[in-house]
Structure formats: structure tokens, C-alpha cells
Design a protein around this ligand. Structure first.
Ligand code: IVH
Length: 686
């Protein structure tokens, strides 16, 4: 490559380079430069564009994210309707589909079929014109969708410019990788927000956010599986998929060509076996007649093409009875209905509770006490009620009313128009306080080990604790007076509470819970303020300015922090904590001394679903150490895709346990035992 001689040439070169790296990272999963090197190039581009604003083009990577929220979405009618797929659930139904296809074609024709994963996300249509991404829309009712171009532009794996100059309309699915969902859910929970039930909800919800800056913060991907004006560019579907890939566009790259029903059934079985290892959620397979000429002969019904069908994999479900529905009060006052169930085995664990999320979902399902219900694990973690067996009702089942008052403090509930959440508005509700103490004591926050639900219950009910700052005034005498708490446990608890004063500021921020501020953001905020006193000393204007400068903090996050710091109740709590010397100055860029990964060291290698730097940050934030190379004493090797042999050899040599990226996220969420039980040193190498 020759040296650029003018700013315009340098600009073009930087845009090309950055696009090429994004392509290797997101589409090929095979980056050739470090994140730091990418960031350096990006910064160079930002600076160049600041000096020469006339050079900015709409396909510049700096222009992915628009800077103002929209009022709403515009409806868009598309020329070619987006059809949906008929579902099949058994080999017998598949075989009927196969027969219908063969019977629908002239006897001389031998159709081939493309079998590919059914991606569980939100469908989109994307249009390129003159090589530029010009439009994106949601599915809507198939004919009329909503225009979401700005939001789709933020998806970094999707090129803003391609080499094909004619108008090109593509369809595909916007998805969130499972590991990314786990990570954002950990952050959402830490910020007191409802976790997403599954990647599909998360993807669909993200696409409909009005502020593209918020969308940009969601780890969205898009996988394309269809060229709408296909026949003019290819003669068969598998060719179209190859063309999509050849244009540098992201696709699933997991299709198999079959020519008999046996091969189709086999291919579906293979996808079912492999799908646990796919980074994205797959709820079935799609079987498509490959040749476009065959597709045309077969045509479509009003809703479905006759040349394609979905095969749905059965989600693991179990049936059990609802014993009761209890209403839990969260620390922000949100009331959550939870079903107590007859214990039942589901996907390897005994389940006796399932969240009903909110009262809209509860009434939508019409769950009644005594009902036989189907439960399923969402995102493979939290069990949820998915259906009611109404045919099994005896008439003795009792409906669950939406509470008009808080079940704990009896304050009349409030419900914001258009929102699903029913809230207890009281500022002195013991239910909220118990949840707040529980949250404060959690591992990722102040990590007070012996402060369990039973003790919290007693402390609040006996009015020994009115806010978390009161914990630090408890005496051994008071604690040993609690029923069922022996002298030894009381002593342990007191030590634990004392020790929690030494947590760095970011853990305290997690503990008090600022809306929208998860673990990573809490650490950034803590690094900006360093001490609790500084945080409290900021005026609203100072806070807005300082917090506004934090990388990755959007306007909503900034406003939440400012509002929290100005709220008289929150301020007085933070002041009371400061007066009790709670929290230590935030160490910059060093490892936290405590956390779920404390005392463990990690070496991260291979291609991951997110930036390696971010993974390092998460490990450090949870108290772990990061080693660049495997050495004696390294606890775990976190192996992404395509791990080099030298690393795995080193792992064997030093007896280092190998874990997957997903297992790391499970450990971050505090489920480390699972990993330790499954793997012996050197195991896990594939
Ligand atoms: S082909 C007429 N391929 O599933 C062809 N769709 O239940 C229809 N989907 O609307 C689209 N993965 O949103 C196709 N590999 C795949 C797919 C897929 C997921 C979605 C798509 C469709 C829905 C139908």
C-alpha cells in the first residue's frame, strides 16, 4: 500500500482499513489486529475528521451512531411482502412437506433442499443502493414495517458500504449472541433492571429503541439469509448465501445441501446436536427448496411459501402445579409475581419457583392458583411459566388479582400508564428495604457473606436496620440477641460487615444501585470520582460534566447518575455511609481485591464474542488477575474459538484448567462451582 499523500487519501485509507478489520472481527470471527490497534486507527480517523470535517462520508465508521433520539418510527410499505414460515414438529410432517414439494414439480425435476439454522431473533430487511446502506425496516405485518435505518447502522458487523452498486434488498435476523446476553443481563441486574428473558426479546426490544446511542450500546449482530431479488443474481438459494458472504456481509454459514428426505432429517439432527455450541440462539431449522426456478413453480399461499418450512426443536419443558403466587417487592418497589410450584425436574435441576415477570404477563397467561402449567427455562437459566393447561382445570382454581396495595407495607400501588410494572411508591417500605439490603450484600456489590434473607428479615422487622448504613452500627450484643443466630455466627457476620467497609468505591456504587449503572459503568464512575467524598461533593453541573466525559456513558446514564446524586434520600444515605468510612478510594486500572474471581488468575485466548479488553476488564472488575501468557499458577485458560496449539500445550504443561467464554460469564455471575465440578486440569480442550 502506498503512503497516502493528502488528507482525503488518508481518510479513504483509514475508512477502508477500519472496515476491513470490522469485517474480520464480526463476520469472519478472525481478527488480525488487537483491539488497541483498532482503537488507535479509529482515534486517528476521529482526529482527522475533526481537522477536516469536509472529508466525513456517511459510510465512515465514526458515523454509525446518530446523535439524537427520534420521536417515533415511520411506517414503510415494502414492494415484496415478507412471508412467514409454516412450522413442522415431526419427521412425519417433514415428510409430508417433502412429498408436497416433489408432487408440485414436474416429474423430471429432482429438487434439492437447503437446510439451515432457524435464528431466534428479530427479522429485518436491509437495502443497499449505490453500494451504500440506505434503508432498514422491521418485519411489521410483512407488508408494512417500521423504518429503523439509524438503529441498524449501529450494528458494527454490518458494512455501511459494499462493492455491489445495484440496488440490493436483503433479509435476515438481528440476533444477540448468548454470551453477550448473559453479560448484559448481569449488568442489568446490577443496575436493578429486569433481565431480558431471551435473546429474541433483547434483540427486538433493542431495535425499537428511539435513541440510536442506546442501540449502539447493545451487542447486536445481524445474520442475513435472503436476497430478495435473488433470481436475477443467482439461480439457487445456496448460491445467494455464498454471494451474501462474498459481498462481505454477515451470514450464518451453517447450511447443508440435501437431496432426499433422509438427508434432510439427518441435517436437522446435526443442527440440533451442534446448536448448543452456536454463539446464537437457534429454535429450529429452516428447510428451503434450493433452486429459484423450483421455488417459482411451487409459489406461495397467502401466508407461507410452499417451497420452505420450519422445523421447530422442542424446548425442554416440564409440567407442574401452581401452589401459590406470591408477590415480591424489589428494592425499587417493583412488584413481581412469582409462582410457587410443586417441585419438578427440568433440564437437570429441581424447579420449585418460576417468575411471572409482571402482572401483564400473569394476566396474559391467565395463571390461576391450582393450575397445571408448562414451565421452561428462559435463556437456560430462569424458569418461567409458558402455558396453562386450561383443559385440565376443575373449576377450583383461583385467579390472582393485581394487588391494589403493596403486600408488605400496604401502601396503594402505582402503575405508570403504558408500563407493565406495578410499583410500591413508599420510601419506607420494609419489603423494599429488605431487597435493598440483600442487593447491597450481593457478591458483585459489597459481598457480605453471612447476611442472608433470614437475618435481613429479623434486622428489618426488629427495626435494628433502617437503611444499609445502619448495618455498620450493629453491635455484637445486638446480633447475638437474634434468634437462631449463635454467638459464632454473630461474630462472623459482624466481621463480614466490618470487612465490607474496605471495598472500593465501584462496589459501593453497585451496592446502592444507580439505575442503568451496571458493574462496568460503576467502575468507570468510581474511577472518575475516586472517592465517595468527591462523588458527594459534585454539584449537579459538575456531575453532569464529569460523568458526561466517561467513555460510553449516554445521556440517559448521565442523567440517572445526576438524579441519584441529587436525590435528598440517596444523598443522605451516601453521607451516612461516608460518615461510617464505608468504601476505599477506587484503585485505577488495578485488580479489585474481592469479587467472585478473587484469588484466581486468567489467561484469555482465541476469538471471543466480545472485545478481549472488555473481557479483561470484567475479570479485573470481579477481582481476578489477568495474565498475558499462561504461566505456573495461572488458574484458568479462557479459550475462545480457534485457539492455537501452543496455548493448549502450555495449559497441559502447567495443569491449567481450560474453560469456555460462557463458563467465564457463569463464573462472573457467581456460578463457579459448576465449572469446577465439570472440568479437571487440562480438560476442555477441543
Ligand atoms: S427464510 C419465506 N431463513 O423465521 C422465507 N427465515 O418463522 C422466510 N427466520 O420470518 C424467511 N431464521 O424471520 C428464513 N434461516 C432462516 C431463518 C428465518 C429465522 C425467521 C424469519 C421468518 C421466521 C418464520
Amino acid at each position: 500500500m502506498s503512503e497516502p499523500t493528502s488528507p482525503a487519501e488518508l481518510h479513504a485509507l483509514l475508512v477502508r482499513e477500519l472496515q476491513a478489520h470490522a469485517y474480520r472481527y464480526y463476520v469472519l470471527d478472525d481478527p488480525t489486529v488487537s483491539d488497541a490497534a483498532y482503537d488507535a486507527l479509529y482515534r486517528q480517523l476521529v482526529e482527522l475528521e475533526q481537522q477536516h470535517p469536509e472529508l466525513v462520508t456517511s459510510d465512515s465508521p465514526t458515523r454509525r451512531v446518530g446523535d439524537r433520539p427520534r420521536e417515533g418510527f415511520v411506517k414503510l410499505t415494502r414492494p415484496v411482502k415478507m412471508l412467514s414460515l409454516d412450522n413442522t414438529y415431526s419427521t412425519a410432517e417433514l415428510s409430508e412437506f417433502h412429498k408436497r414439494v416433489v408432487g408440485g414439480l414436474p416429474a423430471s425435476e429432482h429438487p434439492e433442499f437447503c437446510v439451515e439454522p432457524k435464528l431466534d431473533g428479530a427479522s429485518v430487511e436491509i437495502v443497499y443502493e449505490g453500494g451504500m446502506l440506505v434503508q432498514a425496516s422491521t418485519r411489521g405485518d410483512g407488508q408494512v414495517g417500521e423504518e429503523i435505518t439509524e438503529n441498524v447502522r449501529t450494528i458494527r458487523g454490518l458494512p455501511l458500504r459494499i462493492a455491489h452498486k445495484d440496488r440490493l434488498t436483503l433479509r435476515g435476523e438481528v440476533v444477540i449472541y448468548r454470551a453477550d446476553l448473559d453479560r448484559i443481563n448481569v449488568q442489568r441486574e446490577a443496575a436493578g433492571e429486569e433481565p431480558f428473558a431471551n435473546p429474541r426479546n433483547a434483540a427486538a426490544g433493542s431495535l425499537r429503541l428511539l435513541d440510536p446511542r442506546l442501540v449502539a450500546a447493545r451487542p447486536l449482530r445481524v445474520l442475513l439469509y435472503q436476497i430478495v431479488q435473488g433470481p436475477s443474481l443467482a439461480s439457487r438459494h445456496t448460491e445467494a448465501l455464498e454471494l451474501i458472504a462474498a459481498l462481505g456481509l454477515p451470514t450464518h454459514r451453517k447450511h447443508v445441501l440435501c437431496s432426499s428426505i433422509e438427508e434432510i432429517v439427518h441435517a436437522i439432527g446435526e443442527i440440533d446436536l451442534a446448536r448448543a455450541r452456536y454463539p446464537f440462539e437457534t429454535d429450529g431449522a429452516v428447510i428451503k427448496v434450493d433452486r429459484f426456478s423450483h421455488q417459482e413453480i411451487l409459489g406461495e399461499t397467502a401466508k407461507f411459501p410452499r417451497w420452505a418450512v420450519a422445523f421447530k426443536f422442542a424446548a425442554e419443558q416440564a409440567e407442574t402445579r401452581v401452589q401459590s403466587v406470591v408477590v415480591q417487592v424489589g428494592r425499587t418497589g417493583a412488584l413481581t409475581p412469582v409462582a410457587d410450584l410443586d417441585p419438578v425436574q427440568l433440564a437437570g435441576t429441581t424447579v420449585s419457583r418460576a417468575s411471572l415477570h409482571n402482572f401483564d404477563i400473569l394476566s396474559g397467561l391467565d395463571v390461576r392458583i391450582g393450575d397445571l402449567v408448562a414451565i421452561q427455562k428462559a435463556g437456560e437459566i430462569i424458569p418461567q411459566v409458558v402455558a396453562v393447561r386450561t383443559e385440565a382445570r376443575t373449576g377450583a382454581e383461583t385467579p390472582v388479582p393485581i394487588p391494589s396495595a403493596c403486600p408488605v407495607c400496604n401502601t396503594p400501588v402505582v402503575r405508570v400508564e403504558g408500563q407493565a410494572v406495578v410499583r410500591c411508591p413508599s420510601r419506607v417500605c420494609p419489603g423494599q428495604l429488605k431487597a435493598a439490603i440483600h442487593h447491597y450484600a450481593r457478591r458483585f456489590a459489597m459481598d457480605i457473606d453471612h447476611l442472608g434473607p433470614a437475618v435481613i428479615e429479623l434486622l428489618v422487622d426488629r427495626k435494628m436496620v433502617r437503611d444499609v448504613a445502619d448495618l455498620y452500627d450493629l453491635t455484637l450484643l445486638q446480633l447475638s440477641s437474634l434468634p437462631r443466630l449463635g454467638a459464632k455466627s454473630a461474630d462472623n457476620l459482624l466481621r463480614e460487615i466490618e470487612a465490607s467497609r474496605e471495598r472500593p468505591l465501584d462496589r459501593l456504587i453497585c451496592g446502592v444501585g444507580i439505575p442503568q449503572i451496571g458493574q462496568v459503568a460503576a467502575r468507570q464512575l468510581a474511577e472518575a470520582a475516586v472517592t465517595l467524598e468527591t462523588l458527594l461533593g459534585w454539584t449537579a453541573a459538575q456531575a453532569r460534566e464529569r460523568v458526561g466525559q466517561i467513555h460510553g456513558f449516554g445521556p440517559n446514564m448521565v442523567e440517572e447518575v445526576v438524579r441519584f446524586l441529587q436525590d435528598p434520600d440517596q444523598r443522605s444515605l451516601l453521607q451516612r455511609l461516608a460518615a461510617r468510612s464505608v468504601s476505599r478510594p477506587q484503585p485505577l486500572e488495578s485488580s479489585a481485591a474481592e469479587g467472585p474471581l478473587a484469588g484466581k488468575s486468567f489467561c484469555v485466548t482465541g476469538v471471543l464474542t466480545r472485545k478481549r479488553e472488555d473481557v479483561h476488564g470484567m475479570i479485573r472488575g470481579a477481582g481476578g488477575l489477568v495474565h498475558d501468557k499462561i504461566k505456573k499458577g495461572t488458574t484458568y485458560l479462557v479459550a475462545g474459538d480457534k485457539v492455537g496449539k501452543s496455548k493448549t500445550d502450555d495449559a497441559k504443561k502447567y495443569g491449567v484448567q481450560v474453560i469456555s467464554e460462557q463458563q467465564l460469564y457463569a463464573m462472573l455471575a457467581g456460578h463457579e462451582q459448576a465449572v469446577e465440578e465439570v472440568l479437571a486440569p487440562g480438560e476442555g480442550l477441543t
